[in-house]
Design a protein around this ligand. Structure first.
Ligand code: NAP
Ligand code: MG
Length: 456
């Protein structure tokens, strides 16, 4: 008997859909389909593979509104954000459609013959993704994996499987051969785990928590699977006294509260030079109070609910009676996993709120004394994913950017992700890079071939 997966809408707490729940058997069947499809897919001429990826991007665009509404309802994210994400899915597929014809090798001078290198696909790749940005994070893996000639098994998070399931059908509609893209919607501890242990899976590309990532790396070691991990973060948004304080304060709230704080790039530690702390907090308060929290399908909404009751409980544990709550925004009452945007100040970098990834709309403001102090605090974390530096001093901006141990940094901006630039973490924020040209390295093996041209 097939088990059912009940999918809940976080803004209403009602069931949004009920779909078959995949288990070990379905995971194995998906791997078998991907394995069977692999020789054919890698043999597709590079130009034809590129054309199919472009067609897939077109189809995603055609279904863009349907996918955006589904994502907004299932993940509880503002519809405007969901539309942007679907746009990025199409852009990412199109960007990697440029790759099949550009996977270049080298010729290397050697004695007695010629040495050549080739970039070969890996085979079947398992993609395991979280619930915060379900389809767009999947696309960062699908794009390079498919472009390089791999076939894939995508496991969405149990809480948000709906856009992945639609995507599987859209891939067929776009003309990708049967078995190239396979989706298994089932629990991580069952389906995800099976993929990490399966001998026919060559690589796992994972995005999720550092804790689950550790387990995946350990499981993958048994069969020497390739692994890329995009994990948690506790990023610093460093605001120097010479910055454009109005802009920095206006931008800081959504750099934490975007996606209701459920963002691995959240700048959840706002480091402010002590001499401007009061001025900054005044401007920040105005910005936080202006955030529109509500119905994800309302065009003007900036922040929706959290993903689940369990997540809300976890977030609330950081805002107990002793928490130094300095600013509290608003949130709707009634059904829905709502949590008001909250700013704690002052926070010491050793406090729990500054050390743990809250993954909810809670920001910590941490005062600092000077540049060295700012760099020290920014780096005093197990994570190193993202971050920002606000200053009008260009030399300082570059000095601090070089000193902060983090994979992605912005100066006078809080943006993190672009299709064409590498994204990933230092330290316990992960292994490997997604997006940009760098991602392709993680979906290919380098092969070296020596051809003797001189008589022995
Ligand atoms: P999670 O619990 O680590 O889950 C991520 C994915 O792994 C889900 O599909 C989950 O399936 C699956 N999974 C769980 N246990 C597994 C196991 N034993 N073996 C294989 N797969 C397993 O993370 P989450 O709670 O969904 O997402 C929040 C975390 O993701 C945060 O820590 C955040 O920082 C991180 N994140 C990082 C990035 C980045 O790019 N660095 C981006 C987004 C999120 P089920 O959910 O179905 O059980
Ligand atoms: Mg989880």
């Amino acid at each position: 008997m097939t088990e059912t997966l009940s999918v809940v809408e976080p803004a209403t707490e009602l069931e949004l859909a009920a779909i078959p729940r995949a288990g070990v058997e379905q995971a194995d069947a998906a791997v078998a389909r991907a394995k069977a499809a692999y020789p054919g897919w890698r043999a597709v001429a590079p130009g034809d593979r590129a054309a199919l990826l472009r067609r897939l991007a077109d189809r995603v665009e055609e279904h863009g509104e349907e996918l955006a509404v589904l994502e907004a309802r299932n993940a509880g994210k503002p519809i405007a954000d969901a539309r942007g994400e679907m746009g990025m899915v199409a852009d990412t597929l199109r960007y990697y459609a440029g790759a099949p014809e550009r996977l270049l090798g080298d010729t290397i001078p050697v004695a007695g013959g010629e040495a050549l290198t080739f970039r070969e696909p890996l085979g079947v790749v398992g993609l395991i993704v979280p619930w915060n940005f379900p389809l767009v994070i999947a696309s960062w893996k699908l794009g390079p994996a498919l472009a390089a000639g791999n076939t894939v098994v995508l496991k969405p998070a149990e809480l948000t499987p709906l856009t992945a399931v639609r995507f599987e059908a859209i891939a067929l509609e776009a003309g990708l051969p049967e078995g190239v893209v396979n989706v298994v919607a089932g629990p991580g501890s069952v389906c995800g785990r099976r993929l990490t242990e399966h001998p026919d899976v060559a690589k796992i590309a994972f995005t999720g928590s550092t804790e689950v990532g550790r387990g995946i790396a350990a499981a993958a070691a048994q069969t020497i699977k390739r692994v890329t991990l995009e994990l948690g973060g506790k990023s610093a948004n460093v605001v120097f006294a010479d910055a454009d304080l109005e802009r920095a304060a206006a931008s800081a709230p959504m750099a934490v509260f975007g996606n209701a704080g459920q963002d691995c790039c959240a700048r959840s530690r706002i480091l402010v030079e002590r001499t401007v702390l009061d001025r900054f907090m005044e401007a920040l308060e105005e910005a936080v109070e202006g955030i529109r929290v509500g119905d994800p399908l309302d065009e003007s909404t900036q922040m929706g609910p959290l993903i689940s009751a369990a997540r809300r409980e976890e977030v609330a544990s950081f805002v107990g009676p002793d928490a130094p709550v300095a600013i509290r925004g608003s949130a709707p009452d009634g059904p829905g996993f709502w949590f008001a945007p909250t700013v704690l100040c002052p926070v010491d970098n050793h406090d729990r709120a500054a050390r743990e990834e809250i993954f909810g709309p809670v920001a910590s403001v941490i005062p600092f004394e000077d540049e060295a102090d700012a760099v020290r605090i920014a780096n005093d974390t197990i994570y190193g994913l993202s971050g920002s530096i606000w200053t009008r001093d260009g030399a300082r901006a570059l000095r601090v950017a070089r000193a902060v141990e983090s994979g992605v940094l912005s100066v006078n901006s809080n943006t993190s992700v672009r299709v064409s630039t590498p994204f990933g973490g230092f330290k316990q924020s992960g292994v490997g890079r997604e997006l940009g040209p760098h991602a392709l390295e993680h979906y290919t093996e380098v092969k070296s071939v020596y051809l003797a041209t001189e008589p022995a």
